[in-house]
Design a protein around this ligand. Structure first.
Ligand code: FES
Length: 291
């Protein structure tokens, strides 16, 4: 980790805006009397956002004063967590993930674009628009490689689409957040490969089939065909194959057996289930058999 020092040039003062002041008071009220210092992380974070994504010393002092805590405690927190930028950053502050999944998917090429267009890490471009840093995993590994710009993620990057993204940001054009290759969240790039069957609205009436897309291959049918060729009847067969067998095949007990309740246990029922059974028996017509 790099040495974390406060910026040499600092603004003379810091005040929360009226709106942020109200927001900060609400955060502080979440904690019991005497524990207001627990609100320091959200308050520092809000101060950073208000100040163009970097945290000046006057803001740290203001937050410490507001929370009634020694300045050194607030400084310890601000300088420990790398989420707090202690020096000015660009209008578009880029955090590039260089951890293993992103690296294997080409983050080095994304880094090369950043170095060529912006320069070394932590340096703000002359026009004030960009600065960048390398960070550890940001939790979007399925869509690697990726960067975070201010509050948003940009994923499935290539050198080309990343260059275009930077061009659009610089020109003030609207940009697309999330995947840059059009996939929805982290769905498989080539379409579904698993969970191609579903079990009805109530979870019991399946197996059903996903609606077939116009012109798309019926992957569910293909998967079902393969399963029926491969599966051996019995307990090792896939669940939907077992369910298509008769109750007697599945349980080894005759249809209508008392134990064939649809549950996985043959122990006497108890609790809510027992009470429901008792109520059903009490409301049933009396048996014609005499004891
Ligand atoms: S490794 Fe890059 S987001 Fe997880």
């Amino acid at each position: 980790m790099s040495v974390r020092r406060l910026a040499e040039v600092q603004p003379p003062s810091f005040e929360f805006t009226g709106e942020n002041r109200v927001w900060a008071d609400k955060q502080i009220q979440k904690y019991p009397p005497g524990r207001q210092a627990s609100a320091i992380i959200p308050l520092l974070w809000q101060a950073q956002k208000q100040n163009g994504y970097w945290l000046p010393k006057p803001a740290i002092e203001k937050v410490a004063e507001q929370l009634g805590m020694p300045l050194i405690r607030a400084l310890e927190i601000a300088t420990f967590y790398t989420m707090f930028n202690l020096e000015p950053v660009g209008k578009f502050y880029i955090q590039m993930c260089g951890t293993t999944p992103c690296m294997l998917q080409g983050s080095d090429e994304i880094k090369a674009v950043l170095e060529r267009r912006i320069g070394p890490p932590h340096r703000v471009t002359a026009d004030g628009l960009f600065s960048w840093t390398e960070v550890e995993c940001l939790g979007a590994c399925c869509n690697a490689p990726m960067v975070q710009i201010n509050d948003d993620y940009y994923e499935d990057l290539t050198p080309n689409n990343f260059e275009k993204l930077l061009d659009d940001l610089a020109a003030g054009r609207p940009v697309k957040k999330g995947s840059q290759i059009g996939r929805v969240t982290s769905e498989p790039v080539d379409g579904l490969t698993s969970l191609t069957e579903f079990w009805g609205k109530d979870g019991r009436s399946g197996p059903g089939k996903l609606p077939k897309e116009e012109g798309a291959p019926d992957r569910a049918a293909a998967a079902g065909e393969k399963v029926s060729q491969d599966a051996q009847p019995g307990l090792n067969a896939p669940l939907h194959t077992q369910m298509s067998q008769s109750q007697e095949q599945r349980t080894g007990k005759p249809e209508g057996s008392v134990a064939d309740t649809g549950t996985r246990t043959e122990r006497p029922v108890s609790g809510e289930g027992k009470r429901a059974d008792d109520a059903a028996q009490a409301s049933a017509p009396p048996s014609k058999h005499t004891p």
